[in-house]
Write a protein that binds this ligand. Structure first.
Ligand code: ZN
Length: 326
């Protein structure tokens, strides 16, 4: 029997005459359809109890990395793990998905994406929100997990205007304290200075309108915040519960799961406290794996929801099955 290899496939396909593929035999030729040239909207809806959730795709960034990227791993192992995950060499696939929660009484947006201000290949959130039929003016609350630019830049457009003018903006209090601190900014390494400045750019003129919450509190009916510090000093995850169903929004507890769920001990540069981030990651992943809970993460492959299972060396993300019906 012929083995199916990349080399054989086109050859095998080429020897089948087009007419043999048509039920009409040698009848009229199959019309050539014009290529659409564009992607369909990046949306996925699912329900948690009575809540309707919409995953909104904001695009992807192929982030260049080098041997300094993981503080505590051999770069050859990192490159191998990326190849195992079918990522391009030395470019970390970083997809962005934000979550809109309709609780029945409120529209709550968890993080706001890149605002089209990080990479040319990201910034589709607004278009996908429109495709979902949601007016940005209708968003009641924005709940931020942490202050990395890919989570807060979508609060404003490139001209510094608020994108969601009627939304209450809620941010983790310890996150605010850390990034607002001038001493921390002065002490920060050059790579982190830009994040401090970006935070100021977004929040300086709207600071009085921002609500600071203590991670642990409920920020909307059925939406509870959970401290998950390490990635940043105030990094927060969310538990959404309606009736007997729930989901944990892992935020950036594990960035792309093909790297950081599989290698939970790795300490990437973007985890501010690497050791604490590892501890938080393992604690949360252990819990959701043991309880077989539905999870989503900002940098999981779209639509970013699924489950986590524990493996010999780490964890594996199992995507949720796409359902046509809610
Ligand atoms: Zn992120």
């Amino acid at each position: 029997m012929m083995s199916l290899t990349r080399r054989h496939v086109p050859v095998a396909a080429a020897v089948v005459p087009a007419s043999a593929l048509s039920p009409l035999g040698s009848g009229p030729a199959i019309a050539a359809a014009p290529a659409s040239g564009t992607q369909v909207p990046g949306l996925y809806r699912y329900k948690i109890g009575a809540f309707e959730l919409t995953a909104l795709y904001d695009g992807v960034w192929y982030r260049p990395i080098d041997e300094k990227f993981i503080r505590n791993a051999d770069y050859r192992d990192v490159r191998r793990a990326m190849a195992d995950a079918f990522m391009p060499a030395e470019k970390l696939s970083t997809p962005f998905t934000t979550l809109l929660v309709n609780t029945g009484s409120k529209l709550v947006l968890l993080d706001t994406g890149t605002g089209g201000q990080i990479a040319a290949t990201a910034g589709t959130l607004s278009a996908n929100l429109a495709a979902a039929g949601v007016d940005p003016k209708a968003i009641d609350a924005i709940v931020i997990s942490h202050f990395h630019p890919d989570h807060i830049n979508g609060i404003k457009d490139k001209d510094n205007n608020r994108v969601f003018p009627n939304a209450e903006i809620m941010v983790p209090a310890p996150e605010w304290k850390f990034w607002m601190d001038e001493v921390n900014m002065r002490a920060a390494p050059a790579t982190l200075k830009g994040v401090f400045l970006n935070f100021r750019r977004i929040f300086a003129d709207i600071a009085n309108d921002v609500t600071r919450y203590d991670p642990g509190v409920e920020v909307a009916s059925g939406v509870t915040t959970i401290p998950a510090f390490g990635h940043t000093p105030g990094h927060t995850v969310f538990a959404i519960q309606s009736g007997s169903e729930s989901i944990v929004v892992l935020s950036d507890t594990t960035q792309h799961p093909a790297l950081f769920a599989r290698h939970p001990n790795w300490q990437p540069q973007f985890d501010i406290d690497g050791a604490q981030a590892v501890e938080t990651r393992k604690k949360l992943l252990d819990r959701v794996a043991a309880d077989r809970m539905l999870v989503t993460g900002n940098h999981f492959p779209f639509p970013a929801c699924g489950h986590i299972v524990k493996t010999g060396g780490g964890y594996e993300h199992v995507p949720m099955l796409w359902e046509a019906r809610l």
